[in-house]
Design a protein around this ligand. Structure first.
Ligand SMILES: Cc1cc2nc3c(=O)[nH]c(=O)nc-3n(C[C@H](O)[C@H](O)[C@H](O)COP(=O)(O)O)c2cc1C
Length: 175
């Protein structure tokens, strides 16, 4: 079973990237095959619903997403939503990359009030692409991190739990 961890922040100093790295470390430490896609390393064109689909970088994104049965998306919360970079990835890669996958979310935010922000993307993945969304997500705030480390043990615990639950769901759905 192949898993993919997506880091969806374009900020060089990103907390959601810290969550993504930790989730990836947990998965590989548990013996899972997990690829890491940092959207900072794969600049994508903005989705225009037309020519952007044939951009070579989009083909690379699709090739990384396609084999993954489970995708853990670590995203900043921007304007009460996932980052535009993450939404753009979904828009560019679409059904072929996401349909029937297990998806988990780890969010980095500025404050506690935006804790339901991931639901718009979660709903669209469930309704459009029949994704199975892990019904437990990581929601973190800026004070949960220091110097590229998770300093809140509960956030670290939840990140590990999200990663292992994602893998468990993928295995269960394959059985
Ligand atoms: C354009 C922009 C919009 C933001 N909107 C929100 C928001 O709606 N709710 C919130 O809690 N934090 C918001 N924030 C704060 C970010 O979620 C926070 O800085 C987080 O650490 C970003 O993730 P990253 O560190 O992985 O890039 C916003 C930040 C930016 C730059």
């Amino acid at each position: 079973m192949s898993l993919l961890v997506v880091s969806g922040s374009l900020n060089p100093d990103s907390n959601s990237r810290v969550l993504a790295r930790e989730a990836h470390r947990v998965l590989t430490g548990a013996g899972h095959v997990a690829t890491f896609l940092d959207l900072r390393d794969l600049p994508l064109p903005p989705c225009d619903g037309a020519t952007a689909y044939s951009h070579p970088q989009v083909a690379k994104a699709r090739a990384l997403l396609a084999p993954a049965a489970g995708i853990l998306v670590a995203t900043p919360i921007y304007n009460y939503d996932a980052s535009a970079a993450v939404k753009n990835l979904v828009e560019l890669t679409g059904r072929g990359a996401w349909e029937n996958k297990v998806v988990g979310f780890a969010c980095a935010s500025g404050g506690a009030a935006s804790y339901m922000s991931i639901m718009a993307l979660a709903n669209s993945l469930m309704l459009d692409f029949r994704c199975t969304v892990v019904p437990r997500f990581v929601y973190s705030v800026e004070t949960d991190f220091k110097a590229e480390l998770i300093t809140n043990p509960d956030v670290a615990r939840r990140t590990a739990e999200l990663a292992t639950t994602l893998a468990r769901y993928v295995a269960a759905l394959k059985a």
